[in-house]
Design a protein around this ligand. Structure first.
Ligand SMILES: Cc1cc2nc3c(=O)[nH]c(=O)nc-3n(C[C@H](O)[C@H](O)[C@H](O)COP(=O)(O)OP(=O)(O)OC[C@H]3O[C@@H](n4cnc5c(N)ncnc54)[C@H](O)[C@@H]3O)c2cc1C
Length: 386
């Protein structure tokens, strides 16, 4: 059995990290006066373009990208400091999160110089929001079975088909979508897929919001009916879409957004327990929570270090996502057990309402970004078990 996981411990750069952390905290203290616990629990699904522009002005989007494309040439570890401060504070980061985490790095890696000049500086200024067009009504985990197709026509491509569960499509400017540009064969379904940068204002696109359990609509069905995309908007090489998407997934699955989604419940929970006095059982449960958080943080920083070194640690990222969502899903139950506060919406803005919100969205944590079973399949492969 081959043990193929590598989590070398890696420190955040001490002096730079400390100075940066205090700048980010000061900024967040200034802007967060009116945020309730329930607002904070929405964090990376809360879409606020003004906030993203402010973050862009501070130089905290596209932090690792080259300066000639609007980036700030900082390390992935410094970027990590900004991400964890934003999520720990429950900042409304959704309007720039996907572009900063995934779309921008993809364009930087495989995009044309024209695409880099056109998109990256605007993303770094917090002006452009992106969404990810992978899943389809009949293709989720088995993504290679997707049927949306791109047909070559004069000057570009014609897109037809449908994407589903597309987070923030209704509020975004662009989608990076995966389409079939050549037929699959029985033995190699992954060939013939390509990625496109799609202006969501193009004619022939219909975006239908889908309500989740909370009644809010973050994700959508996006239908394409003879949508024209110019040649210049293909991302990377024709037919390389599968490899490109897989490389993106290490960015999508390993960051602090995979274990801090429920974190805004933790400080008010500790305050509430502190007021009633810590019993031995509560102390044990809080200790366990802190140990899990610290372990996930060390693993996630380790992956940030590997990404900085140019590696694609897909299996390590999958393990972090699997363990991280377990912690996120356990957190609302812990609030109920330790504070004795059942989830309830009759205290808008308070801990009970925030816990009720997280309870309702928690089932999605182990679906979005790849399901638990798929993460465990990747882990089994990493261990040489399949
Ligand atoms: C909140 C949220 C946001 C999302 N945002 C986006 C987005 O922005 N863009 C996007 O493209 N997609 C998005 N998705 C979709 C998400 O990626 C898919 O839901 C996910 O990949 C699962 O696909 P599916 O829903 O089709 O389920 P299926 O793939 O049909 O899976 C159904 C069940 O079968 C299990 N299963 C499937 N295959 C296997 C297997 N080989 N072995 C064991 N078990 C298996 C799964 O684990 C799951 O429990 C989002 C989903 C959610 C919940």
């Amino acid at each position: 059995m081959a043990a193929a996981f590598h989590f070398e411990l890696c420190d955040l750069p001490r002096d730079e990290a400390r100075a940066l952390r205090s700048k980010v905290r000061n900024f967040l203290n200034d802007v967060s006066a009116g945020w309730t616990i329930a607002d904070r629990a929405r964090s990376w699904t809360a879409f606020d373009r003004d906030f993203s522009r402010q973050v862009g002005r501070h130089g905290w989007i596209g932090m690792t990208w080259p300066a000639n494309y609007g980036g700030h040439e900082r390390s992935a570890l410094e970027r990590y400091v900004v991400l964890e401060e934003m999520l720990a504070a429950g900042a409304p980061v959704a309007a720039h999160w996907i572009a900063d985490r995934q779309s921008g790095p993809l364009i930087l890696r495989v995009g044309t110089d024209e695409q880099k000049r056109e998109f990256l500086p605007r993303i770094a200024r917090g002006e452009l929001a992106f969404c990810i067009g992978l899943s389809e009504p009949d293709s989720g985990s088995d993504l290679a079975s997707l049927r949306s197709k791109a047909t070559r026509i004069s000057g570009g491509w014609r897109l037809d088909g449908a994407k589903i569960w597309t987070t923030n499509a209704h509020q975004s400017d662009f989608m990076i979508g995966l389409f079939r540009t050549a037929p699959a064969s029985e033995t190699a379904r992954h060939i013939g897929l390509s990625q496109f940068l799609i202006d969501l204002k193009s004619s022939g696109i219909e975006i239908r919001p889908i309500a989740d359990l909370t009644g809010e609509s973050h994700f959508n069905e996006v239908r394409f009916d003879a949508v024209f995309v110019p040649d210049s908007m293909m991302v990377g090489r024709e037919g390389d879409g599968w490899a490109q998407v897989n490389a993106e997934l290490a960015f999508e699955r390993s960051g602090p957004d995979r274990y801090l989604s429920a974190y805004p419940l933790v400080p008010p929970m500790l305050d509430a327990i502190g007021k009633t006095g810590f019993e031995a059982q509560a102390a044990r449960d809080v200790g366990r929570l802190v140990a899990r958080l610290a372990t996930l943080r060390a693993m996630s920083i380790s992956v940030a270090g590997m990404l900085q070194a140019g590696a694609t640690p897909l299996q390590e990222a999958a393990l972090i996502k699997d363990l991280g969502v377990d912690l996120e899903q356990d957190t609302p139950r812990l609030v109920e057990d330790l504070v004795g506060l059942p989830p309830a919406f009759d205290d808008p803005g308070g801990l009970a309402a925030a816990t009720a919100y997280v309870t309702q969205v928690a089932p999605t944590f182990s679906l979005r970004g790849g399901t638990r079973e798929i993460m465990r399949g990747l882990t089994a492969r990493g261990l040489g078990l399949r």
